[in-house]
Design a protein around this ligand. Structure first.
Ligand SMILES: Cc1cc2nc3c(=O)[nH]c(=O)nc-3n(C[C@H](O)[C@H](O)[C@H](O)COP(=O)(O)OP(=O)(O)OC[C@H]3O[C@@H](n4cnc5c(N)ncnc54)[C@H](O)[C@@H]3O)c2cc1C
Length: 262
C-alpha cells in the first residue's frame, strides 16, 4: 500500500470539500473494493476521504411511489429490510446474493454503483427498475449513469447520496454465480412498472445494459415463454476462464426467463 492521507468526513459537504481540496482523492465507503485495490498498489491516491459514520447517507425510506436507499446502506441492510422485502422483493433478493456475509455487511450500494464493476449485481436492478441516482450535485437517470467498464457519469468528486427505485408492479432477478466470488457471471433483472417493461443485464458485457429485444417481447406481460427462441448476439460480450462470450449470450436468455419464473 502506498502512503496516503486518511480523512474522515463529518458531513456530505465536508466530504466534498475535503475531496476537492486534495490533490487526488478517493472516497472510502465499505472498502470492499477500495482496500484490496490500495493493498495491491493498483491505485495511489493522495487522500482517502472516509464516508463511514455519515448518517445522512444511510437508511431506507418510502417516498411516494419509490423506495429511497442511502448510498452508505449496506447490502445486508437492503437484503433484510422489511420495506424493501414488501415493496421490491426482487431487490432484496438481489442484495442477499451479493458476495458473502462479510461483503454484504461492509459493502454499500453507493460504492457498488460508483465502482461499476462489469459483474456488479445492482446495475441490473438500477437499469431494470429505471432508478434515479441522486448525488450531491444532481439526479442522474439509470439510462445515463453507466457509461463503460468501471466508468459512470459521475464527475470528479461527485458523491452518490442515494438511489431512488420506483416500486414495480412485478419484478424478478436471477443470476448465474461465479462459484468462487459469487459475482454474477450473468444476472438479469426484469421489471414491469407504470412505464412499461425493462430488462437490465449485468455480467455479460463490459458494462450493464438493457436487453431491448426482451423488453419488446415482454410488453404484453411477463411470460417467460415469450423469450424462448430470442437469440442474443455474443458480439462484444465478456469472455474469460469462467465463461465464453457465447455461453454468456446463452445465459442472458436463461437468466431473464428464470427471473420471471421460467
Ligand atoms: C469476495 C467479494 C465478492 C463480491 N461479490 C459481489 C457480488 O456478487 N456482486 C456485487 O455486486 N458485488 C460484489 N462484490 C463487490 C462489493 O459489492 C463491494 O461492496 C462494492 O464493489 C464496493 O462497495 P464498497 O461500499 O465496498 O465501496 P468501496 O470499496 O469503499 O469504494 C468503491 C469505489 O466507489 C467509490 N465510492 C464509494 N462510495 C461512493 C459514493 N457514495 N459516491 C461516489 N463514489 C463512491 C470509491 O471512491 C471507490 O472508487 C464483491 C466483493 C468481494 C471482495
Amino acid at each position: 500500500m502506498y502512503d496516503f492521507n486518511y480523512q474522515r468526513a463529518s458531513s456530505i459537504e465536508d466530504a466534498a470539500s475535503k475531496h476537492a481540496a486534495a490533490d487526488d482523492a478517493r472516497y472510502l465507503a465499505g472498502g470492499m473494493t477500495m482496500v484490496p485495490v490500495l493493498k495491491q498498489r493498483l491505485d495511489q491516491p493522495s487522500d482517502v476521504v472516509d464516508l463511514g459514520g455519515l448518517g445522512d447517507l444511510t437508511g431506507i425510506s418510502e417516498d411516494g411511489g419509490a423506495i429511497v436507499i442511502g448510498a452508505m446502506t449496506t447490502h445486508h441492510d437492503v437484503a433484510t429490510s422489511d420495506l424493501v422485502k414488501s415493496k421490491i422483493p426482487a431487490l432484496a433478493d438481489l442484495a442477499g446474493t451479493i458476495g458473502d456475509p462479510m461483503v454484504r455487511n461492509r459493502g454499500t450500494i453507493g460504492g457498488s454503483l460508483a465502482n461499476n464493476d462489469p459483474a456488479a449485481s445492482y446495475p441490473a436492478a438500477v437499469l431494470g427498475l429505471g432508478a434515479t441516482i441522486r448525488t450531491n450535485k444532481r439526479s442522474i437517470e439509470a439510462d445515463d449513469f453507466f457509461t463503460g467498464m468501471f466508468d459512470t457519469a459521475l464527475e470528479e468528486g461527485e458523491l452518490i447520496t442515494a438511489v431512488s427505485f420506483p416500486v414495480p408492479e412485478q419484478a424478478g432477478y436471477k443470476h448465474f454465480p461465479n462459484p468462487a466470488s459469487r459475482f454474477p457471471i450473468v444476472g438479469a433483472f426484469v421489471a414491469k412498472t407504470g412505464g412499461g417493461v425493462r430488462v437490465g443485464i449485468t455480467g455479460a458485457s463490459p458494462c450493464a445494459y438493457r436487453q431491448s429485444s426482451f423488453e419488446d417481447a415482454l410488453s404484453g406481460g411477463l411470460d417467460p415463454e415469450s423469450l424462448k427462441g430470442i437469440e442474443v448476439s455474443s458480439d462484444g460480450m465478456n469472455s474469460d476462464i469462467h465463461a465464453s462470450a457465447e455461453y454468456r449470450a446463452h445465459l442472458v436468455n436463461v437468466m431473464a426467463r428464470r427471473a420471471i419464473g421460467g
